[in-house]
Design a protein around this ligand. Structure first.
Ligand SMILES: [Zn+2]
Length: 467
């Protein structure tokens, strides 16, 4: 008789020189491993222990790698901008940026272009270590976008964005009833694709584009379907000025009165708020998606008036987004996390705003909370989804490896991402997406980007003579 048990079959044993678990104790395990069966993490521990305990179909990683949870991008425009990345000049004022550049560009996308745009965004996120995202809002063709995302294999919450007040651009003008109808339709249709990886939320443009009946209906539909709701608010002074002119109240006060603000809501930007609005944000438990690159590129004054340190001190869950590719040309959440760690250190002359560990928590655990997925993603813990990222440390920015959390935020970026699993499936290997034909994607993206910008009629404002 012997009490030595036969090794248990698993699909993967993923090994690394350091495993950054982001578990409750924030354990970092040297010479560690994660065992994966199906879509789930079944064990986390020392590699030597897990090798004895499990018989994997395949071993990934090794001593050259750092293993982390996938990051969570809580605000990204996967359509409308990825195929026109950088076309808008970076010296364009906010109002001109939105109304004279972005709206006309968004208006010309067709269904195939929106599908490709979503896939390009998803591939960029996966290859830079983001495994889950919250969409800012598909412009028009959600069914095609969902189909493309399922093919790529990322995890996300999506929705056609709705508004009912602006008359232009006419191609996506919506009556209140039509906007509510879009929300109802997508929540009914896109509930649980691909093992639950892709499903719909109530996603509004926000700002001053929604009537009170639309705000209320979107909230009611979110509650009825048990999903979250997201929208933009107060990046610049336009929103508070608009709400005060229309309702005599600042945005948070009005939205709280409408019953919109609660812990199922993700609100993006939230730069121009006063202290009473900060109180409401803290009291209602609404989540805030902080998009630092947009603030920098579109001149929001974030380091002068932003209250992100106060939000964190008050217990508000702040997560991170990369936003649109004309406000943040990249979709690599490492780069946005670097800014989150750095901007308020300088603005407040205080290195505690924010330590690397806190910034990385916002990019993983904070994102999971914003997306109401804290029991499934954001950490490497048995029972959670197998969304894993292997960072290759045989790169100049990773050597020497002496303080993994400091280096994840301040040294590394998405270029060091080697292998990515989502739901226990390898979707990136050796830096390349395994689920789609990348060569075809580069060619199509170029062709479509040139076609969209040409059809928009907007001028090429590149300043240097190009010949
Ligand atoms: Zn946005």
């Amino acid at each position: 008789m012997t009490d030595v048990q036969a090794p248990e079959a698993v699909d993967y044993l993923v090994e690394a020189t350091q495993v950054v678990t982001m578990n409750d104790a924030r354990d970092v395990i040297r010479h560690g491993a994660v065992a994966v069966r199906g879509d789930t993490i079944v064990d986390v521990g020392k590699a030597s222990d897990l090798r004895a305990r499990y018989a994997p179909a395949r071993v990934l990683g090794g001593e050259r790698f750092v293993l982390t949870p996938g990051m969570v991008n809580t605000h990204i425009h996967i359509t409308g901008e990825p195929l026109t990345r950088g076309y808008v000049p970076d010296d364009t004022p906010f109002v001109e940026n939105v109304f004279e550049w972005l709206c006309p560009l968004y208006a010309v996308y067709d269904a195939a272009e929106e599908r490709m745009s979503g896939q390009l965004a998803a591939v960029e996120m996966l290859r830079s270590g983001t495994t889950t995202f919250l969409e800012a809002g598909t412009i028009r063709f959600l069914d095609e976008v969902v189909d493309g995302l399922v093919e790529v294999g990322i995890r996300g919450r999506v929705g056609r964005w709705v508004w009912d007040l602006p008359p232009e651009p006419s191609v996506y003008r919506q009556s209140t009833d039509a906007a509510i109808g879009h929300l109802q339709h997508q929540l009914d249709t896109h509930r649980d694709h691909a093992n639950g990886r892709i499903s719909a939320w109530s996603i509004l443009v926000g700002h001053t584009t929604c009537s009170d009946p639309l705000w209320r209906a979107a909230k009611a539909l979110s509650e009825e379907h048990g999903v979250g709701m997201s929208f933009h608010m107060s990046p610049a002074t336009l929103d508070p000025e608009g709400f005060i002119a229309e309702f005599g109240q600042r945005p948070m006060v009005h939205l709280a009165e409408l019953g919109v603000l609660d812990p199922t809501v993700a609100m993006t930007h939230v730069v121009r708020i006063d202290d009473a609005e900060l109180d409401l944000i803290a009291e209602t438990g609404v989540h805030v998606a902080h998009c630092p690159t947009t603030a920098l590129k579109v001149s929001y004054g974030i380091t002068q008036v932003g209250k992100f340190p106060e939000m964190v001190q008050r217990g508000v869950n702040v997560s991170i987004g990369t936003d649109g590719n004309n406000a943040s040309n990249y979709s690599d959440l490492h780069r946005a996390t670097y800014l989150v760690a750095g901007l308020f250190k300088d603005a407040r002359v205080d290195p505690q705003m924010f330590p690397a560990e806190k910034a990385y928590e916002m990019a993983t655990l904070g994102g999971a909370r914003t997306m109401q997925l804290s029991d499934q993603i954001g950490a490497l813990v048995p029972g959670m989804k197998a969304d894993l990222v292997l960072h290759d440390t045989d790169r100049p920015e990773w050597r020497p490896l002496l303080n993994v959390m400091n280096q994840l935020v301040w040294s590394a970026d998405g270029r060091g991402v080697h292998t990515v699993l989502v739901d226990g499936r390898v979707v990136v290997e050796d830096g390349h997406c395994t689920t789609i034909d990348e060569e075809r994607m580069w060619a199509e993206a170029q062709r479509m980007g040139e076609s969209i910008t040409s059809r928009s009629g907007l001028p090429d404002k590149a300043k240097y003579p190009t010949w």
